[in-house]
Design a protein around this ligand. Sequence first.
Ligand SMILES: [Zn+2]
Length: 113
Amino acid sequence: MPVAEIKIPSTIRVGGFDYVIEQGRMCNAELRASNWAGSHSNMMQLIRISSDGGPQQISDSFLHEILHAVGVVYAGNEVSELHIGQMAHGLLQVMEQLGIRFVLKVDDASSRD
Ligand SMILES: [Zn+2]
């Protein structure tokens, strides 16, 4: 069980860019239509995180989408989907080991449809 549950913020700055992070019912419905746990749009500087998954999945999705933003801002969008996924899983393992988990601001159960 994680020692520290860090609430995923509504905005986060990556490089010089402020990204909006969406969650909630509408967000879940849109992501579900694509069977995605999260999404990242560089154009809109928008990250979406679904609450459909379990606690580790949500934390992994946050790390995954942040890595997409970091990849765009600092690596010219040259980081592959495979590598983003692998790095997110690696970071999730380290964070869980340290007792750190990223959680949605809304209660997970109440934001499920
Ligand atoms: Zn991805």
